[in-house]
Design a protein around this ligand. Structure first.
Ligand SMILES: [Zn+2]
Length: 399
């Protein structure tokens, strides 16, 4: 397995790192949707193509930019407010603006973005238990009509429900120029079959839940959607929605690893003298380095360990998610018998090579001049192998 990032300079050995605050998305829960009882097929095609997308770009600049903390900056439930040119609404009294809570649409109503238009029409249609199809989506116009209507011109007997919205030149104000509110079709559908209610739409609905706690269970989210929209959503669709919401909130697995150098650089800036060591894949080149292992230990933890009994417990655990790495950790016990995390490493697998590399870093950067340290471990071959070669770490006891 390889973790690839494109980064110059900062990724060489000899850097120092942070304070125990690991990337939460590495630990994002990966609940197995197969345990769900509902196997109904769903369509993940989004007719409203503008809802909820993120770009996972790899930046290749010389200087590592400041780490951007996650949070509301990633919240795009109602479009990108950062580029919104706010109108002075006090000068436009009498104009009707879309209100999320009212979930109503009227002729000449105003929206702030095309994304808000598609969201509004989607939520209105779900509440009405109707479906729509997009018939036009251009830079400054967007139109939809009833799903049951003919594809071309309306034919006799067609439902004439439709909406057309037009944006101003700067695309900061969108106005409803045509609105046929009532459906005359017999196309009422049950809530869990509405094809407009895609997993992407649900992901946008539950973004605030996931941002607060990515560990929300699928059944909790089902209950939330049921309570807020009075519709039943299949377990499978909610499972996909939760995955999409996690990506919206925390970005993708790949981009998370690509951000690792920036993240570490910020940790170094805010936690000076902590130790970071990278090991790169031998296939790395100057401009594209392939991450193999990373080790970090916080300076206060190292100093605290030297005030504790010379005993270190080492073990590894699984990192769940797309890349399936392993987290190696060394902890000590303080005088109050409280656990003191001392050093960490992310590796691909628990192997002789990875454990040997971790123990070498531990010896060099944490144990340093201590003559004897007791290592408690599960006796992985990599640890035992390293012990037999180590002049500093002595086998004091095993469990
Ligand atoms: Zn209709």
């Amino acid at each position: 397995m390889q973790y690839q990032h494109m980064e110059k300079g900062l990724v060489d050995e000899g850097l120092s790192a942070d304070s125990g605050n690991s990337d939460s998305s590495w630990h994002a829960l990966d609940e197995d949707y197969e345990s769900g009882s509902d196997s109904e097929d769903i369509s993940d095609d989004d007719s409203d193509e503008n809802l909820g997308t993120n770009n996972d770009e790899c930046h290749t600049q010389e200087d590592v930019p400041a780490y951007q903390p996650r949070g509301m900056a990633f919240f795009n439930d109602l479009g990108n407010y950062g580029e919104y040119d706010p109108m002075d609404r006090s000068d436009k009294d009498g104009l009707i603006y879309w209100n999320k809570e009212k979930n109503d649409i009227q002729l000449h109503m105003y929206f702030e973005s095309k994304e808000q238009v598609t969201k509004a029409v989607t939520m209105w249609s779900i509440a009405q238990q109707r479906e729509f199809k997009v018939i036009e989506s251009r830079k400054r116009t967007w139109a939809a009509k009833c799903k049951t209507a003919s594809s071309g011109r309306l034919a006799a007997g067609d439902c004439d429900w439709s909406i057309r919205v037009r944006g101003n030149e700067s695309l900061t104000v969108w106005n409803v120029t045509k609105w046929v509110k009532d459906h005359v079709c017999l196309g009422e559908i049950s809530g869990n079959n509405n094809r407009n209610h895609t997993s992407t739409v649900i992901a946008n609905q539950i973004m605030h839940l996931i941002e607060n706690d990515p560990g929300h269970k699928v059944k909790q989210i089902q209950a939330y959607v049921k309570n807020s929209l009075k519709v039943d959503i299949t377990y499978k669709k909610v499972w996909y929605a939760r995955r999409k919401a996690i990506v919206l909130a925390y970005k993708s697995w790949a981009s998370n690893f690509q951000q690792l150098p920036q993240y570490v650089a910020e940790l170094l800036r805010s936690n000076p003298q902590t130790v970071v060591q990278w090991l790169h894949h031998p296939n790395s080149i100057e401009d594209v380095k392939i991450f193999k292992y990373i080790f970090w230990a916080f300076r206060p933890s190292i100093d605290a360990f030297h005030m504790c009994r010379p005993v270190l417990c080492v073990d590894g655990t699984h990192l769940r998610g797309e890349y399936r790495g392993k987290l190696l950790i060394a902890v000590a016990l303080d005088t109050n018998n409280q656990i003191l995390p001392v050093a960490y490493a992310i590796v691909d697998e628990e192997t002789i090579q990875s454990w040997g590399w971790f123990m070498e870093q531990l010896r060099h950067h944490v144990v340093r001049d201590l003559e004897t340290v007791c290592i408690i471990s599960d006796r992985h071959r990599g640890i035992v192998n390293d012990m037999s070669e180590s002049p500093l770490l002595q086998v004091g006891c095993w469990i």
